[in-house]
Write a protein that binds this ligand. Sequence first.
Ligand code: NAD
Ligand code: UGA
Length: 465
Amino acid sequence: MKISKICCIGAGYVGGPTMAVIAQKCPHIQVKVVDINQARIDAWNDSDLDRLPVYEPGLDKIVADARGKNLFFSTDVDQAIKEADMVFISVNTPTKTYGEGKGQAADLKWIEKCARQIAAASDSDKIVVEKSTLPVRTAEAVKDILDNTGNGHKFQILSNPEFLAEGTAVEDLLDPDRVLIGGDTSSPDGLEAIASLVDIYANWVSRDKILSTNVWSSELSKLTANAFLAQRVSSINSLSELCESTEADIHEVSRAIGKDSRIGPKFLQASVGFGGSCFQKDILNLVYISRSYGLTEVADYWEQVIKMNDHQKGRFAKKIIKSLYNTVSGKKIAFLGWAFKKDTNDTRESAAIYVADHLLNEGANVYVYDPKVSEEQMYGDIDYLNSRSKVDNRKLLQSEDDPYDVCKGAHAIAILTEWDEFKDYDWEVIYHSMQKPCQIFDGRNLLDKEKLEKIGFRVYSIGKS
Ligand code: NAD
Ligand code: UGA
């Protein structure tokens, strides 16, 4: 089947950038990205490209290139479904916050809603593509809904999980390590559906990088990839604590083990703990699935990756408190960074939120600077934890637009995100504006420790004694 019109439901961190790249690389295909969130769609349509809802280096140029030609953003979901030959589902699949599986299972209510809406709005056969990260065997439920609530049209379900990382989304989309397409490999219709999606990617990705599998392998590979990546971060973070007790240096250990080509150098950067919308939710999901199949040891094994991550965030906060003579009450603590990693405005599950919460519980005054995150977002994140009243959060947590103001008069600075600009600050000026002794807690091992110590700072780095 030759695809000429695509609809993508969900204009978020995945739907927006992915569809922008498909539109740019496939000028012969019309791409409509739809969402129920009017403000988000308005922001995607904003003529000021600085106001796009997702910040990703290079994304503005791609959107500018394709928008209005063959890339459109709209809230008219039904119309876009009706027109399309292929419908991508790229809605959020967060961890359930209620009922059976609360705290672990993926909440699939938005997926089900999409499936029902696709069935109701369709007046022709369609290929439905799961782009969201889903528990293994979700396609079964999607197919069941489509087949039983539709208007008698035929649907093929593909799984095409997205492997982009935020902050490098455009690079990852333009030059992916692989594209994974799962489908019904046992039927001619299934094979034809797979081939039509392969043809889209083949416009810019070499065919040997496009893998096709059965649907279940594809769904499970996505959860597995994230679990393996997060496991590496938790593994190196667990050793960072041991380094601090033994005078080994985590940077040297990472370099030494990463030289082994079987291990490799990537994803061995010790940190204050991994954040982001996916690692935690996807591992918890894997834990839940394993437990629901009665596989207790498998579930416990993966759950430990999360426990290690919680420990890493907690021990960073405790280190700050201990170094400030066991009391931070009424003291100004400066945070540099709030996003879960650099080059993104996304804060979901950011380590900064949990470290701040810990310090606020101790009565600290936390002042935050992040180049891309708004004050409103920070309050939203901290309020969401429900640890104290909104009024108290606004008394204790402040955001500032100037990093030098954030550091002025502070007892300590904590680096929570590895934004490059932090390296270039005039640390001499900052030193003279702070309370003494000046302490820096570098949760990303970003700054030049020796240089700062020469200025007079006391510097704590992860995994270094
Ligand atoms: P997001 O929250 O940024 O975007 C999801 C969008 O879907 C929201 O704008 C929401 O309004 C919209 N939506 C929800 N229900 C809808 C409906 N019924 N109709 C129309 N719109 C609807 O989420 P995201 O970060 O883009 O993630 C989407 C999926 O992709 C998740 O399953 C996630 O696990 C997966 N994923 C995310 C990343 C990432 O880096 N963020 C990477 C790979 C995979
Ligand atoms: C991750 C995966 O890398 C993507 O392949 C996947 O598509 C995505 O999840 C998803 O499914 O959502 P993302 O969460 O955007 O991407 O960002 P990462 O670069 O993986 O970083 C995740 C967290 O781990 C960040 O907080 C980062 O700072 C931390 N991290 C990463 C470390 O602490 N050390 C490292 O060495 C690498």
